[in-house]
Design a protein around this ligand. Sequence first.
Ligand code: ATP
Ligand code: MG
Length: 343
Amino acid sequence: MTSPRKRILTGIRPTGALHLGHYAGALENWVRLQKEYECFFLIADYQVSDYADDIDRVRDSVWEVALDWLAVGLDPEGSHYVIESMVPQHAELMVHLSWFIPLGRLQRNPTLKAEMADLDIGKKGTPVGFFIYPVMQVANILMPRANLVPVGEDQLPHIEMTREIARKFNRDFGDVFPEPEPLVGRVPRLVGVDGQAKMSKSLDNAIYLKDDAETVRRKVMGMYTDPTRLRATDPGHVEGNPVFMYHDAFNPDTAEVDDLKERYVRGAVGDVEVKKKLVVAINNLLEPIRERRAHVEARPQLVREALAAGSRAGYAAAEATIIAVRNALRLDYLERGMPEVRR
Ligand code: ATP
Ligand code: MG
């Protein structure tokens, strides 16, 4: 008998369509690893407390995410597209795991701290559900007993916490969970078109995988570059320049990129030419993705079936884990029967 494939768990929040940051930070790895691993791709619709006043957007985005996944080539036959809330065992496991996570452990989590600060600046304040989303993520990863978690760099603190909890649980209650490894993508954290630290759905600084060629052109031509450079003849900076970061990430013609960089620092090429070449590179990358998206968009039944079958598979894996957890915690009251009455 062949041994079962090792497992991947990874996911995305249904808060909008997917962008180039998702692609270079995460999706590329998922596509590459989907044959080697049994993959559970999660649409994390429990983790949208900052969108609680816009559930319509969440509902639409579940479909957007599934369309983008199909468009980039994640095969729903070999992998599982799981809607988190269709597997309510996630909520149960989160409750059990929360017993073992000190409050201070969450308060110190750097990703959570930064995201909560953004919410506070936006005057929304932090819902309790947001504060505990990293615990939900621990439950997500441990649920299918995943071995590998391919994500962008911002997720690393949550995976470190997952490893700690797995170790503690196994030590105290018996071997239930593998200790999962993180895997960060080719571009750990893609900057936004506005030069901000992270391209993000929530910051409105993204190039979406579904953007048409003209939208890509407009966004790239308006991109933030080297603020110290006023004329094309001024020597420019390549380091830390978002336009060149994107060339490095998405232009496969390295000779062209090297030539542009060399001329840029000499003051021998204008921003317009550098950006025009970037438009071509990104549109070349996105064109086949757009074509596949159009193909599946015309076939909603395909998308629906991917979500239904994937969520059923997620449910089956979750039920097995939850039983193991209840047994390990000795919460299987009826099976154990009444103890001798203590006096
Ligand atoms: P939101 O702004 O709603 O939180 P997001 O754009 O941060 O959305 P998530 O659903 O939180 O997207 O993240 C999904 C995955 O994509 C995670 O693994 C995350 O690390 C990765 N990712 C998101 N944005 C980037 C980026 N700019 N660069 C690299 N990886 C990214
Ligand atoms: Mg995020």
